[in-house]
Design a binder for this molecule. Structure first.
Ligand SMILES: [Zn+2]
Length: 393
């Protein structure tokens, strides 16, 4: 993973590159970004850059990257033209995540599976896509059921021991901790000790989604880098170039995924009728109302993958919010086109604003119950009947 492989985020890439070039790499950094953002991809690209033997575009020798250690060269790149070479021995190992000086801590489905055992699976997962969620990872490990993921203390200790050794090949050891919020208090405290008295030439990169779940003592010892969600343009670019999605579909997915690449990929991979058509048919059946079709729709909904079910509720929320905007004369704020726009125009004539607000509540409640593993078929049928009633208001 090189900087150039990650769409957009120029100013963050520049900051990271500059920190290396100017010897201001903090020994503990927190890459904070929402689910599906580039936080893990950036940690990977940054580690690759730091260890690259032949950085291109910047200086051939970027000197010593740790703050306080003098370096011969200091330069300030004005764009992200500086990047790891992608070809040297270090970069080749980094691309496969097999560099002996990069250590990983990540959640395992339970205390039974060790990080060492899961490491080959973890590498495969990252190489396929570094933009995925914890749920994606747990599914990838093949576990079934409602697993949460944990970072057991035993694991944290093992890796911390490794970090205390001297680097094998690179000048620096780098420890990437994905989802540090899943460390229990014991693991977190042992990490804290390390951050307080860091071993020489070691960088800690904590890659997290939710800083509220981290100890404030850990937060205060890390330099925080906030990584924004991808823009619609970046998502469209990524989907059309990397996933071979047609422009119109990419645009629709970008709108739905709100900068979350994990969600965007899932929407791409789900082979089904387009979400809008399914949603529109459902709403028309509720408007009539046609109960036979609604029962059938609930069966279809039940067969969708869980994330797609939640995605359908989110889609519905977006559409009904747009409907409300349209009804309140804020047409300029509605970003829809084509069939979706026609849908909003038609329904805005037929449904009262008060009913739309209540439907928004119902959709968001159903989303909440789905997230908590409520029975999809019953939730959906309930929702259909409520919406049918509200349409008649
Ligand atoms: Zn290189």
């Amino acid at each position: 993973m090189l900087f150039k492989d990650i769409p957009g985020l120029l100013s963050i890439k520049n900051t990271l590159i500059h920190s290396v070039e100017s010897n201001h790499v903090a020994h503990a950094q927190l890459f904070h970004g929402s689910v599906g953002s580039a936080n893990l991809a950036l940690a990977w690209a940054y580690s690759t850059y730091i260890n690259c033997e032949k950085v291109v575009g910047g200086d051939t020798d970027h000197g010593s990257p740790v703050a306080g250690v003098p370096s011969a060269v200091v330069s300030v790149p004005t764009d992200h033209s500086a990047d790891a070479c992608g070809r040297c021995a270090s970069c080749v190992k980094m691309a496969k995540m097999v560099h002996p000086d990069i250590h990983h801590i990540f959640p395992t489905p339970s205390a039974k599976e060790t990080i060492l055992e899961l490491l080959p699976t973890w590498r495969k997962f990252l190489i396929q896509s570094p933009y995925r969620s914890l749920t994606d990872w747990l599914e990838f490990t093949g576990v079934t059921g409602n697993k949460q993921g944990i970072i057991p203390i035993k694991e944290a200790h093992n890796i911390i021991e490794k970090v205390s050794l001297k680097a094998f090949e690179a000048e620096y050891k780098i420890l990437i901790i994905w989802q540090p919020e899943l460390m229990n208090i014991e693991s977190a405290n042992s990490l804290l000790k390390l951050l307080e008295e860091p071993p020489a030439k070691t960088l800690f990169i904590l890659v997290c989604n939710d800083t509220n779940k981290l100890l404030t003592t850990i937060l205060s010892r890390t330099q925080r880098i906030v990584i924004p969600a991808f823009t619609d343009e970046e998502t469209i670019g990524y989907l059309t170039e990397k996933e071979g999605v047609a422009y119109d579909r990419a645009k629709q997915i970008a709108y739905l995924s709100e900068g979350n690449f994990s969600k965007a990929s899932e929407l791409v991979n789900y082979e089904g009728e387009s979400k809008h058509q399914w949603f529109a048919t459902w709403m028309r059946s509720a408007y009539k109302p046609d109960f036979t079709v609604l029962v059938k729709t609930a069966d279809e909904f039940d067969a969708f993958p869980k994330e797609y079910q939640k995605g359908m509720m989110e889609y519905g929320l977006n559409i009904f919010r747009d409907l409300l905007l349209w009804k309140n004369g804020a047409e300029a704020l509605v970003r829809l086109e084509g069939e979706e726009l026609t849908f909003v125009q038609n329904f805005s004539k037929a449904v009262k604003a008060e009913a739309i607000e209540l439907i928004v509540n119902e959709l968001s409640q159903t989303h909440y119950y789905l997230e908590r593993n409520g029975r999809a078929k019953i939730l959906h049928l309930d929702l259909s009947l409520t919406i049918a009633q509200l349409f008649k208001k």
